[in-house]
Design a protein around this ligand. Structure first.
Ligand SMILES: [Zn+2]
Length: 146
């Protein structure tokens, strides 16, 4: 396991992150661990101990802005984990699970701050493993037009 702050610099200065953790921002990020994986995929937060896992191929090949927004998204899950919320509640589909909607809502707000259009945000939302119906459901849930 590696330290988040050795790889992702300056997130403690991002308002969207401070909004999540307030005065505890530095402490949370300093204590956050990352596990790098060689499998293709994206990022996630462990439901066991709250560490972040990141796909190395995604870091190498992914769009920098997408990766940034994913970190913002995952930090919402870090907060949820710290608050004792179960991250993978399988009573819900991924695209309407409350923990995901909260994380996507926060990332979309940051995307809008970066002046991304709804079309760009919609493309960002569409991950490789999603059907068109899934991404439309997700876009509806976070008020992104398509
Ligand atoms: Zn998520």
């Amino acid at each position: 396991m590696e330290r988040f702050t050795d790889y992702f610099k300056g997130f403690e200065r991002v308002d969207a992150v401070r909004e999540l953790f307030g005065a505890q921002t530095e402490e949370v990020l300093d204590n956050l661990k990352i596990e790098f994986g060689s499998r293709r995929g994206y990022m996630g937060v462990s439901d066991d101990d709250g560490h972040l896992f990141v796909s190395v191929p995604y870091l190498k090949e992914g769009d920098e802005r997408d990766i940034y927004l994913d970190v913002i998204h995952e930090l919402v899950h870090v907060k949820q984990f710290r608050n004792g919320i179960h991250l993978r509640d399988n009573r819900y589909r991924y695209t309407n699970r409350p923990t995901e909607i909260e994380a996507y809502t926060h990332a979309v707000k940051e995307a809008r701050r970066l002046s991304m259009s709804d079309k760009e945000i919609y493309e960002y939302l569409w991950m490789d493993n999603m059907s068109e119906d899934d991404v439309k459901a997700l876009a509806d849930a976070v008020n992104v037009r398509y």
